[in-house]
Design a protein around this ligand. Structure first.
Ligand code: CA
Length: 150
């Protein structure tokens, strides 16, 4: 979640407890994690789709993932590199801030563009956001621990 925009960070965090409560047993293997990073790096394919249809529903998202598996050189070379349904569900439900069942442009395009900056210019600004985001998470965890008395 660290790449998500800081301005909406608390909204995303609170969705983990509400929208994702039913997925708490979900696990993500390392190859699945790696595959998802490759998938997100393919920003243009996702942006093109959202710009064309104005939104992305879960079926379209799954189709994009399948398409990606067939095209990406890493996924073609190693069949364990696959984005799982659990990852799709989590990504979708965290970002669908208005619970419409669709990821509209404002819910996904900005997020992907911000993530793409990680590998480009604005690194200082982004590092600052990541650090403050990280500090906020640490502080939330500490508050939570204090509540539990651990
Ligand atoms: Ca939505």
């Amino acid at each position: 979640m660290i790449f998500l925009p800081y301005s909406k960070f608390t909204q995303y965090i609170s969705r983990v407890d509400t929208e994702l409560a039913h997925l708490k047993s979900g696990r993500v293997s390392f190859p699945e994690f790696v595959a998802f990073q490759y998938f997100l790096a393919d920003v243009e394919a996702i942006k093109d789709h959202v710009n064309q249809y104005r939104y992305l529903d879960k079926k379209q998202f799954q189709a994009l993932v399948q398409d990606f598996h067939g095209k990406n050189e890493h996924c073609k070379a190693d069949r364990t590199l696959r984005v799982s349904q659990t990852q799709i569900d989590i990504f979708f439900e965290i970002l669908d801030l208005d619970n419409s069942g669709h990821l509209e442009q404002d819910e996904i395009v900005g997020v992907l563009e911000e993530r793409a900056l990680l590998g480009q210019g604005k690194q200082d600004e982004l590092k600052q956001n990541l650090n403050s985001g990280y500090n906020k998470v640490v502080s939330m965890v500490n508050d939570f621990k204090a509540k539990l008395g651990i």
